[in-house]
Design a binder for this molecule. Structure first.
Ligand code: SF4
Length: 448
């Protein structure tokens, strides 16, 4: 590749999970620290970072077609870096198949992006899929800016090896960032505008560390520490695994006011035989009992889940068990997908792969139940007055959008001369419920 001028502008496009969004924000901080500016809306950037996700079928093929489409108005290609889980899984292969790519960097090595950029400017293409997860965080710059709602990665990697999942192969073993570095970064986020922080991890509730006195603490201990930060009003966490839940975290939902009444806990299937072949190491019954304990600790807690339909070998009767579990839990929201074989995972070579039309039919039935319950949950909130964190302006004058404590979206209007601003916590009476959001009227201006 020929030497080229250093890029003046960049665009980081992140696909997939919130941890990729967090990584994308950190890569933007790294490039900003080098004096490279975000490309203005609608303008092509000198440097494009495709921060990829490997979860869906044909994920890798999508990256190659995205690369093919990148062109500057003068027909030349911008400088291209491929990051994220497809970069980790494909590595050098991307360099062979896509000559236009200058840098391939895995999710645990993106702190080295500036050094790779220096080489690329000299015409040297570079691949880095090393996995020094902890070292990465130590090498990242201070947070530069934050929106009212911010993400904070506290844990990375996964040791569970569910048979359908690539994460243990693309993100490596479970690691926990240090207690002190997390409290520091959370304080920085609040100083730069965050009012709500969502703690992120592939198995966030596997986080463990030592507090400032050297005592061993789990996620509940970290949440209690963060709750002491002035200006931080709300704390959330995602994504958890049933087997890493402990009494302290359940109790925290009843004790820590700033911990929001929302729990995202994937289950994937309601059939114990399917859960076994998925290597989920829990049963439907143990999962249901766990949710019961959360509801005892915080009766108005909103529950969310993840589901896979059509896992190899799943029978009609086993799919019915999933519907039965959904009827029992009544989720406030949930994410559901058709099984898609991922190269290199045990399930991809399992017998009895399910036909696509059967998967389609099962997904439709499952989503009908989940949508029924989501609407019912939203309707149960009508008449309540609650705090809303204002995230952005609505289409109409005096209309705003924000999130309720249960992570439900609320459109509300200013009333009686009260006005709102992005980042405010305001009190809103919930008046009308829809399938995906609620309508409300502001009853009290900024309360914090
Ligand atoms: S626990 Fe989650 S991230 Fe880990 S292997 Fe299972 S599905 Fe993947």
């Amino acid at each position: 590749m020929k030497p080229t001028n250093p890029p003046k502008t960049y665009r980081v496009t992140s696909f997939g999970c919130q941890m990729n969004v967090y990584a994308g924000e950190r890569m933007a901080d790294l490039l900003g620290e080098r004096g490279i500016a975000p490309a203005p809306q609608g303008e092509e950037a000198d440097l494009v970072v495709l921060n990829t996700c490997h979860i869906r079928e044909k994920a890798a093929e999508k990256v190659y077609s995205d690369i093919g489409r990148l062109k500057k108005p003068d027909g030349t290609k911008p400088m291209i870096a491929v990051a994220g889980c497809v970069a980790q899984a494909e590595g050098e292969e991307i360099m062979v198949r896509a000559p236009a790519v200058s840098m391939v960097v895995g999710p645990q090595a993106y702190h080295r992006l500036p050094d790779m950029l220096d080489k690329a400017v000299q015409g040297e293409r570079a691949t880095d899929t090393d996995m020094p997860a902890i070292a990465k965080f130590g090498a990242l710059p201070q947070r530069r800016r934050s929106t009212p709602t911010a993400f904070l990665t506290v844990q990375e990697g996964c040791d569970k090896f569910c048979t359908y999942c690539v994460v243990p192969y693309t993100r490596g073993a479970e690691i926990s960032r240090s207690y002190n570095s997390l409290v520091d970064e959370a304080c920085k986020l609040v100083e730069t505008g965050a009012r709500e922080i969502t703690l992120l991890g592939q198995n966030v509730n596997a986080w463990s560390g030592e507090d400032e006195a050297g005592r061993a603490v789990g996620l509940a201990g970290l949440i209690q520490a963060l709750a002491k930060i002035d200006g931080l009003e709300r704390i959330r966490y995602t994504t958890s695994h049933p087997n890493d839940m402990d009494d302290a975290l359940i109790a925290a939902h009843g004790e820590v006011d700033k911990l929001m009444p929302y729990l995202h806990l994937p289950v994937q299937s309601g059939s114990d035989r399917v859960l076994k072949t998925m290597n989920r190491s829990h049963t439907a019954e143990s999962y249901l009992r766990l949710l019961e304990r959360f509801r005892e600790a915080r009766p108005d807690i909103a529950l969310s889940g993840d589901f896979i339909v059509g896992f190899p070998g799943e029978t009609d009767a086993e799919f019915e068990e999933t519907l039965t579990l959904v009827d029992e839990v009544r989720y406030s929201q949930a994410f559901s997908f058709k099984y898609s074989p991922r190269p290199g995972t045990p399930a991809a070579t399992m017998e009895n792969q399910i036909a696509r039309e059967v998967m389609d039919e099962r997904l439709q039935r499952l989503q009908a139940s989940l949508n029924r319950d989501q609407l019912a949950f939203n309707q149960s909130l009508v008449g309540k007055t609650c705090d809303i964190l204002v995230e952005r302006k609505g289409k109409h004058d005096g209309q705003w959008l924000g999130k309720a404590p249960w992570l439900t979206s609320v459109w509300f209007t200013e009333e009686d001369g009260r006005s709102a601003e992005i980042g405010d916590l305001v009190q809103v009476e919930l008046i009308e419920a829809g399938p995906n959001s609620l309508q409300g009227a502001m009853r009290k201006a900024a309360i914090a």
